[in-house]
Design a protein. Structure first.
Length: 57
């Protein structure tokens, strides 16, 4: 039986990279939370004015 090449062998599993931790001041956290809330409100307002998914026949 011929020698098997490394061409079709599975690659070894990679270790997952660790996420970055960022420490924010309380003021920065509050500003970020306010930014998120404003974005959610904008998306809701935008969605209200879109036509429905109902197709008229």
């Amino acid at each position: 039986m011929p020698e098997q090449s490394d061409q079709f062998k599975r690659a070894p599993k990679r270790k997952a990279s660790k996420g970055k931790h960022v420490s924010l001041s309380p003021d920065a956290k509050a500003a970020y939370a306010k930014l998120i809330e404003e974005r959610v409100e904008r998306e809701k307002a935008y969605g209200r004015h879109l036509p429905g998914n109902d197709k008229a026949r």
